[in-house]
Design a protein around this ligand. Structure first.
Ligand SMILES: Nc1ncnc2c1ncn2[C@@H]1O[C@H](COP(=O)(O)OP(=O)(O)OP(=O)(O)O)[C@@H](O)[C@H]1O
Ligand SMILES: [Mg+2]
Length: 491
C-alpha cells in the first residue's frame, strides 16, 4: 500500500466498518441503559408499591375534608426515616396537590393527571408504571399510591414518588463519576482496537488488488515488455490467486499476439518489397521485347518472332511467381484445408521424376529412386506432397552439373517413413544453411540472373510439410552435395 488515500478501496472499507461499529456500540449502550432503567424501576416499584397503603393505615391524615397539618407533618416526618429517595404528596380526589414534603418553590404542578393513579389502583397495572412528578412540568416517575377513605368516603390520595429528586441527583453523580467515563473509555478503546484490526485486515485483503493494479499500470507504461506478475502464495483468497493467474495468462497471450502481429506485419512488408523487386525484372523484360516487336511492326519491318518467345517466357515467369506468392499467402493463413489419404509414395515420386527426366537428361544428371517398392503407403495430402517433391527435385536439378546424381530414398522406420532427397551438386555454403527456408532467401550459390526463381520454393515446402506434422531438415557440403530429410506417417 502506498500512502493512505481516502478514495482507495482500503480506506473506504475501513471508514465504513469503523462508523458502523461506533453506531452499533452507541445503540448497544442506549438499549442496555433503557433495559437497565426499566428493570430497576420495576424492582423498586414492586418493593414499595404498597408503601402508601401502610402509611394510610397508620392513622387519619384528614380532619373533615381538609388535611390535618399536624397528622400530615408527623406522617411525613416518620416517612423520612424510610430514606431520602421518597417524596410525599397528599392529593385531593381530583388530583390537586394539597400537601407535600418539599419547599414550595420545588413544586411545578399543583394539579396532576389521574390516569396513571387510577390504573395503579385498578389492581391490574403492569409495572413499572410511571405517574406524574409534581416537581417537573412533564416528567413521569415510578410511584406508590393509596386512597385515603373515612367512613367510606374518599378524602384524597397519599401519593409517593419513589426514587425522587435526590435519587436522580445521586444517580447522575454516580453516572458522571464512574459509569459514563468507563463506558466512554471502553467505547473509544474498542473503536481504536477495531480501527487497527480492520486496517490490518483490509491492508491484507487489498494488498493483492493494489499489486494487481500496479501490474496493470506497468503493462500500460511498458507495453508488452512488462514482466509477468509474481504469484502471491500468501494471497488471502483463492479467488485473488485465480485473478492474478488470469491476469498473467491474459498479458502473456497479449504479448504473444502482439509479437505475432508484429512479425506478420514485418513479413508482409518484406514480401511486398520482394514481390515488387522480383516482378520488376521479368515485367520490364516483357514490356521491352513487346515494345521492340511493335516498333519493328510499325516501321513496316518484319518483327523478330524470338521477341515474342522471350516476352512469353517472361510472362510465364511472372505467372509462376504470382502463383507461388498466392500459394505461400494461402499456406500462411491459419485455415488450410487438408485432404489426407493413403498415398503410394514411390509412384508419386516416380511421376515427379518423370516430369524432370527430359531436363535432367539434357543436363546429363541421373535421377534415382530407392526402393521402388509400390507397397509403401503414407497418409498425406497428395497434391501438397507432390509440390514438396517438385520443389526439392527442381532445386536439386538446378544446382547439379553433368554427371551428378539426384536420389530420392525411403527408409522404413517403425513409426514413420523417412524420406531423403539428395544430390551430388554444388552444395550450400554453411552460412546460408540456416536461412534457406526463409521466404525470398537465395543462397550465395544461386545461379546469377536467374530471375525466374524468387526463393519461395523452400518456404512453401517447409509449410507444406508442417501441415503434415513433419519437419524438414537439411545438410550440405559445398561441392559435395545436399540432402533434405523429412518423415511421413504410415497409412
Ligand atoms: N539442392 C540444392 N543445392 C544447392 N542449393 C540449394 C538447393 N536447394 C536450395 N538451394 C539454395 O537455397 C535457396 C532457396 O531455395 P528455394 O527453393 O527456396 O528458392 P529458389 O529455388 O531460389 O526459388 P523458387 O523455389 O522460388 O523458384 C536457393 O536459391 C539455393 O541457393
Ligand atoms: Mg526452389
Amino acid at each position: 500500500m502506498t500512502g493512505f488515500r481516502f478514495n482507495s478501496l482500503f480506506s473506504r472499507l475501513a471508514l465504513v466498518l469503523l462508523s458502523s461499529f461506533l453506531l452499533l456500540a452507541l445503540m448497544l449502550v442506549w438499549f442496555s441503559r433503557q433495559l437497565d432503567n426499566n428493570f430497576q424501576d420495576e424492582v423498586t416499584q414492586r418493593l414499595h408499591f404498597s408503601l402508601s397503603e401502610h402509611i394510610v393505615h397508620e392513622g387519619p391524615l384528614f380532619k373533615g375534608d381538609e388535611p390535618d397539618p399536624v397528622a400530615v407533618e408527623k406522617a411525613f416526618h416518620n416517612m423520612m426515616i424510610l430514606g431520602k429517595g421518597f417524596e410525599f404528596y397528599l392529593l385531593s380526589p381530583t388530583g390537586k396537590v394539597l400537601n407535600y414534603s418539599a419547599p414550595k418553590e420545588k413544586i411545578q404542578r399543583f394539579t396532576l393527571p389521574m390516569t396513571a393513579i387510577h390504573e395503579a389502583l385498578s389492581g391490574q397495572a403492569r409495572l413499572p408504571l410511571r405517574g406524574p412528578d409534581p416537581r417537573s412540568g412533564d416528567r413521569n416517575k415510578i410511584f406508590s399510591v393509596a386512597p385515603v377513605v373515612m367512613d367510606e368516603r374518599l378524602q384524597g390520595y397519599l401519593y409517593i414518588i419513589i426514587n425522587g429528586e435526590i435519587y436522580d441527583s445521586l444517580a447522575s453523580e454516580v453516572e458522571a463519576s464512574g459509569w459514563l467515563p468507563l463506558a466512554m473509555l471502553m467505547l473509544i478503546s474498542g473503536a481504536l482496537f477495531l480501527l487497527l484490526t480492520t486496517l490490518g485486515l483490509f491492508a491484507w485483503l487489498t494488498r493483492p488488488l493494489s499489486r494487481l493494479s500496479g501490474a496493470i499500470s506497468q503493462l500500460q507504461r511498458q507495453g508488452f515488455h512488462a514482466p509477468a506478475l509474481q504469484l502471491d502464495s500468501r494471497a488471502p483468497a483463492r479467488e485473488i490467486q485465480q485473478l492474478e493467474q488470469a491476469f498473467n495468462t491474459l498479458s502473456q497471450r497479449l504479448q504473444k499476439q502482439y509479437k505475432k502481429v508484429k512479425s506478420v506485419d514485418e513479413m508482409r512488408r518484406e514480401l511486398l518489397a520482394h514481390v515488387s523487386h522480383d516482378l520488376r525484372t521479368p515485367l520490364a523484360s516483357l514490356q521491352g521485347y513487346l515494345e521492340t516487336w511493335m516498333m519493328q511492326h510499325r516501321q513496316g519491318q518484319q518483327p523478330d518472332p524470338t521477341y515474342i518467345d522471350i516476352a512469353h517466357q517472361n510472362a510465364g515467369k511472372i505467372h509462376k511467381m504470382v502463383d507461388q506468392l498466392m500459394e505461400l499467402a494461402r499456406l500462411e493463413s491459419d485455415q488450410v484445408p487438408m485432404q489426407m489419404e493413403s498415398v503410394g509414395i514411390a509412384e508419386l515420386v516416380q511421376d515427379v521424376l518423370q516430369k524432370y527426366r527430359p531436363a535432367a537428361e539434357a543436363k546429363q544428371v541421373l535421377l534415382d529412386l530407392h526402393p521402388k517398392d509400390p507397397g509403401l503407403q503414407v497418409v498425406a495430402d497428395i497434391e501438397k506432397l507432390e509440390r514438396v517433391f517438385t520443389n526439392l527435385v527442381d532445386n536439386a536439378l538446378r544446382h547439379c552439373q553433368a554427371g551428378d546424381t539426384i536420389t530420392v530414398r525411403f527408409v522404413a522406420a517403425s513409426d514413420a517413413l523417412e524420406v531423403s532427397v539428395s544430390d551430388s551438386g554444388i552444395g550450400i555454403p554453411a552460412s546460408d544453411l540456416p536461412h534457406i527456408f526463409d521466404a525470398h532467401y537465395k543462397a550465395a550459390n544461386s545461379i546469377r540472373g536467374d530471375s525466374a526463381h524468387s526463393g519461395l520454393g523452400l518456404a512453401i515446402t517447409k509449410r507444406l510439410l508442417a501441415l503434415h506434422r513433419s519437419q524438414i531438415e537439411v545438410s550440405s557440403q559445398v561441392q559435395q552435395g545436399t540432402e533434405f530429410r523429412f518423415q511421413l506417417q504410415w497409412a
